[in-house]
Design a binder for this molecule. Structure first.
Ligand code: ZN
Length: 214
């Protein structure tokens, strides 16, 4: 930690703001139905390849010293992060995907290493990378997939921690997050922004859908 980590956090936040991956000062409706002033759209950063590369160089920097041999991320976003982070570390990058044959991760099923990636992580020191930690569910499932394949999950590194997630929540010894965001959210009926008459953003989040007549 120290000055380097602090300046990296500042730079990482600049990148996330500039690519509109983090939007502050608004009034958003989240998937949960709760309201808040910060919207995090992880998908907004991925088209900006130099931004992704720079962020992943920071993740790689945090992971230096963990003697990582393979990087693994949860599909879909984790595929991109895994590739770039592994590239900057000079190691192999793989991904974990939905255990369900539909290919779509849902809340009932875990993640699995397919395509021969299980043999790549077996017996190796593996870092798990994730874009945004909300509940940490995807990262936790990627950790489980790595362990199920015989890999040693030695660390987790994320772009943004907005759920106050700790390493112990993910079952790994170390968790690095470039940016920490306080994810204060309120039930709709006690939202201070609603009370203050701040219009709900209908472009981002679920505000648009909820405002459409049913
Ligand atoms: Zn509100």
């Amino acid at each position: 930690m120290g000055n380097i980590a602090t300046s990296e956090a500042t730079r990482a936040r600049q990148i996330l703001d500039a690519t509109c991956a983090v939007v502050t000062g608004g009034h958003f409706v989240y998937t949960s139905g709760r309201h808040g002033s910060v919207y995090v759209n992880k998908d907004a950063v991925y088209p900006h390849t130099s931004a992704v590369s720079e962020l992943c160089a920071m993740l790689a920097d945090r992971l230096t010293g963990a003697n990582v041999e393979v990087v693994c991320g949860p599909a879909l976003g984790g595929i991109i992060l895994s590739q770039w982070t592994a590239h900057h570390l000079g190691v192999l990058g793989v991904y974990a995907e939905a255990a369900e044959t539909t290919g779509v991760e849902d809340t009932r099923h875990g993640l699995v290493l397919r395509r021969g990636y299980d043999t790549i992580v077996a017996g190796k020191r593996v870092a798990i990378v994730e874009d945004i930690l909300n509940t940490g569910l995807s990262a936790r499932r990627a950790v489980a997939a790595v362990r199920a394949a015989g890999g040693d999950a030695v660390a987790c590194a994320a772009l943004c921690n907005r759920g106050g997630i700790k390493a112990s929540d993910l079952g790994v010894p170390v968790l690095h997050a470039l940016v920490e965001i306080d994810a204060q959210a309120w039930p709709a009926d006690s939202c201070p922004l609603c009370a203050g008459g701040v219009p709900i953003d209908t472009r981002l989040g679920k505000g648009g859908r909820m405002r459409r007549p049913s």
